[in-house]
Design a binder for this molecule. Structure first.
Ligand SMILES: Nc1nc2c(ncn2[C@@H]2O[C@H](COP(=O)(O)OP(=O)(O)OP(=O)(O)O)[C@@H](O)[C@H]2O)c(=O)[nH]1
Ligand SMILES: [Mg+2]
Length: 386
């Protein structure tokens, strides 16, 4: 009896984390994969062993890394072995392949850091472990082992737009206002603890995806708050949408109060510290909560300061100054709560994405280049006087 009650108490003491904390977002998984062994041949009749099965990763929109992890945690994923050649069946059947369904945006690394490839499209396939060849005359009719690897699947969300902002700035509120996603929204910082993706739907059925990330705070580069951990998910977005709270941000009384302009500059700095390349992406600034009193006045001040930011920045504390200042394509004041200016923002986002796509599309070639190429071809192959 005593034993029972003690065990009961001991079990009770272990506190389980809250449900939403237990449901962790997983963006990297390590797996042990093994291609199948080739079947043995039959020297007497020249029989061929079957080839061992291969392991593939296949891109699926609906797949997620969590399912893979739950299924294969601490296990070796093995493909089927090739069939041996027999007197009654001279050519052995190949082993069964294994197809791992992985979400889009996954990059696959080998244990030595080599990139095996990445999967960005639906049904795109990549071999991660090849099966061994079956026994033939060349290998003395002995089947070979398949490849064995430790691989790492690393997920970076693929979205057109990435939302970056301090906690509580209203990123999730904007996602809710602009798309049909239903993110958690609350008046305390770090409500969002894992990335969410939503789709903006336009009247002409055009769709643009947008990713809401956990809030970033100053010192994220030294792992304060949720740190830089989630910033990798904006690496693959085409456009950054900065969200700033018109009232600024203060984590707690221990920390200094940052104004709206300072939060924008701090976001700039944190992105720069994570990866300077991010500053080359086109960026749009949305200043949120313009429904609050006196917000309009502050907003015009912020806009004014951003116009001659190179002067204004000199008056700011040195520790928050970035090396390079990001240039916003557009600056817009919105209220995610009341839904004001959301439609304008939607149009701006679309326009900027299209402009950007045109600039970077390799299929769109300048007419003069085509003309030059065609002339060269005619010169080479056209009628010639000999
Ligand atoms: N007055 C006003 N409040 C807003 C507006 N947008 C968001 N809020 C409020 O701001 C708080 C934070 O909103 P969230 O959308 O959760 O902010 P977030 O940026 O996603 O925050 P984290 O997920 O914690 O990083 C909530 O209480 C919202 O109701 C707005 O336009 N006006
Ligand atoms: Mg949020």
């Amino acid at each position: 009896m005593v034993f029972l009650s003690r065990t009961w108490l001991a079990v009770k003491e272990i506190k389980r984390p809250r449900k939403y904390l237990r449901n962790k977002f997983i963006d990297t998984v390590r797996l042990h994969v093994k291609g199948g062994t080739g079947g043995t041949g039959l020297p007497k009749f020249g029989g061929l062993g079957g080839q061992g099965g291969c392991i593939y990763c296949v891109g699926k929109e609906k797949a997620d890394l969590k399912t893979i992890m739950n299924k294969y945690r601490a296990k070796t994923i093995t493909a089927g072995h090739g069939e041996d050649s027999r007197k009654t069946k001279i050519v052995g059947n190949p082993g069964a392949d294994v197809k791992l369904e992985v979400p889009l945006g996954v990059t696959i690394f080998r244990e030595d850091g080599k990139v095996l490839g990445s999967i960005d499209k639906e049904d795109e396939m990549l071999i991660v472990a090849r099966g061994g060849p079956g026994g033939t005359k060349e290998n003395d009719f002995l089947g070979h082992f398949g490849q064995i690897h430790h691989i790492r699947l690393d997920l970076k969300l693929i979205a057109d737009i990435g939302l970056v902002g301090f906690p509580n700035a209203g990123k999730s509120s904007l996602l809710k206002a602009i798309s049909r996603a239903k993110p958690r929204i609350a008046s305390y910082p770090f409500t969002t603890i894992k990335p969410n993706k939503g789709t903006i739907q336009y009247d002409d059925l055009r769709q643009i995806t947008i990713a809401d990330l956990p809030g970033l705070i100053e010192g994220a580069h030294i792992n304060i708050g949720l740190g830089h951990k989630f910033l990798k998910h904006v690496e693959r977005t085409k456009l950054l949408l900065f969200i700033a709270d018109i009232e600024g941000f203060r984590l707690s009384p221990k920390y200094p109060k940052r104004t709206c302009l300072e939060t924008i500059i701090l976001l700039n700095k944190e992105l720069e510290l994570y990866d300077e390349e991010l500053l080359n992406k086109p960026a749009i600034l949305a200043v949120n909560k313009l429904d609050l009193v006196d917000a309009d006045k502050t907003f015009s001040e912020v806009k004014e300061s951003l116009k001659n930011i190179h002067e204004v920045i000199k008056t700011m504390p040195e520790e928050i100054r970035p090396e390079r200042i990001i240039k916003f394509e557009d600056i817009i004041g919105i209220s995610a709560l009341k839904g004001s200016c959301i439609d304008e923002l939607k149009q701006i986002l679309r326009k900027r994405l299209d402009d950007f796509a045109e600039e970077n599309n390799p299929d769109i070639i300048e007419p003069s280049t085509i003309l030059r190429k065609n002339r060269a071809i005619i010169r080479e192959r056209g009628p010639q006087v000999t």
